[in-house]
Design a protein around this ligand. Structure first.
Ligand code: PHB
Length: 413
């Protein structure tokens, strides 16, 4: 078998953590509760505790590759700050490129069966999360979701092994319905990628937009990883709604925001989106083309809190670039893991105790108060309604409104 990029990267991480002053080396995997066969015997020279193996599953290629890169940087930043250890165990990362749902499922099986990781974190795409849910649940493997918003995993397909620090698609989309109706008007067109996240988003937006008296004229979907938005923008122009509700991320967002301006729609038709569409990674590429866009997200670079300022400073110092929401989510995921594993003193074989600890961790992070809803194990968010404005000549997401204690409703029927 070929040595993949991920294997190579995993080696790099072990080395980089060791360089950061946390001596140690990869040892034997932790014995698994209920696993078949004898646990490997500890080597004589090894510290009593085996390494804590964490599988990081994010995109390193394709439309969302920048998201995966940013998340990986934030995981490594936090783990390094924690001295490369959790519960007295050396942290060892195994990185995999999540790909599409089929690939993601294969990678989860590899992480569980071959690498025997103690837990998995990451996952960007909603359809990948939905595809791996049963495999994770049946393997009783703890999964800390740090992006993918698939609503179903907090609702009908909720699992005690899955914790989500990022959002549900509903949380981000539904936070905009009342705002869109109040600020822009009662006739909307939606513009979303044609996969699970886009479908969830439109449902979420519809929920609150219609309650506020709005009507959706048309749901427009484009393929994920789309190059040319002209046919979709032509439909928008022709329908001439009061507002467009949109979502795109990564390279799709860069293209959509640029083409929105090129097509003469900027300043003509108001647009509000899931804030990924105008996040720091996108602003760095589109600059002034995004000025005027409204969006909703659980973070903004401009949040003036000591925790956010410290996070930005540390991230910039290590990587020389601004963090984005993906980094903020992964940073919180890393902290959740370290704090919970510290609480059980590194004993991940007592999974019930670890799961209880994971539910209860709270802290103030870059996005504000970090707290999971104990019923759904999904984060309770503060949502920020932001507008891109020129601040000192720099396009900046300025917070215009704040929505507190924003929870996914969970199973409603
Ligand atoms: C998702 O598929 O859930 C998803 C992907 C990229 C984002 C947000 C959500 O920026």
């Amino acid at each position: 078998m070929r040595i993949g990029k991920s294997t190579w990267l995993a080696g790099l991480v072990v080395i980089s953590l060791a360089l950061a002053g946390c001596a140690g080396r990869a040892g034997q995997p932790a014995p698994k509760a209920g696993s078949a066969g004898p646990a490997p015997a500890p080597r004589a020279e090894q510290a009593a505790k085996p390494p804590l193996k964490i599988g990081i599953l994010v995109p390193y290629s394709g439309v969302y590759s920048k998201l995966g890169e940013s998340m990986t940087r934030a995981y490594e930043l936090y783990f390094e700050e924690a001295g490369g250890k959790a519960g007295g165990r050396q942290i060892e990362l195994v990185k995999e490129d999540e790909g599409d749902p089929q690939t993601g499922l294969r990678k989860v099986r590899k992480l569980v069966e071959q690498d025997q990781v103690d837990m998995i974190t990451g996952i960007v795409r909603s359809d990948v999360l939905a595809a791996v849910r049963d495999a994770v649940h049946e393997a009783k493997k703890i999964l800390i979701v740090a992006n993918a918003g698939a609503d179903v995993v907090t609702r009908e397909k909720k699992s005690p092994y899955i914790f989500r620090v990022s959002f549900t698609n509903w949380q981000i989309a539904a936070s905009q319905g009342e705002v869109a109706a109040r600020l822009f008007g009662k006739k909307a067109v939606t513009l979303n990628p044609d996969y699970q996240a886009g479908k969830d988003n439109v449902k979420g937006f519809r929920d609150t937009y219609e309650k506020a008296g709005g009507k959706i004229l048309k749901e427009i979907y484009f393929p994920l990883g789309n190059a040319d938005f002209a046919p979709y923008l032509a439909q928008v122009k022709q329908l001439n709604p009061d507002v467009v509700y949109a979502f795109a991320a990564g390279s799709d967002a860069v293209r959509l925001v640029k083409q929105w301006k090129e097509y003469g729609l900027l300043g003509q038709i108001p647009i509000i989106s899931n804030g990924f569409m105008v996040e720091e990674d996108v602003l760095a590429a589109v600059g002034a083309d995004a000025v005027g866009h409204y969006s909703a997200l659980s973070w903004a670079y401009s949040l003036d809190t000591p925790e956010n300022k410290a996070f930005i400073e540390k991230f910039r110092k290590k990587y020389g670039v601004a963090p984005d929401v993906y980094a903020a989510q992964a940073y919180d995921a890393a902290r959740l893991i370290v704090e919970a594993v510290n609480q059980v003193k590194g004993d991940t074989t007592n999974q019930a105790a670890l799961m209880e600890a994971l539910k209860k961790v709270t802290f103030r992070g870059p996005r504000g108060e970090f707290k999971l809803d104990p019923t759904t194990q999904n984060i309770i968010l503060t949502m920020y309604i932001r507008q891109v404005q020129n601040v000192d000549g720099k396009p900046t997401n300025v917070v215009r409104e704040t929505i507190k204690d924003w929870k996914d409703p969970g199973v409603t029927r």
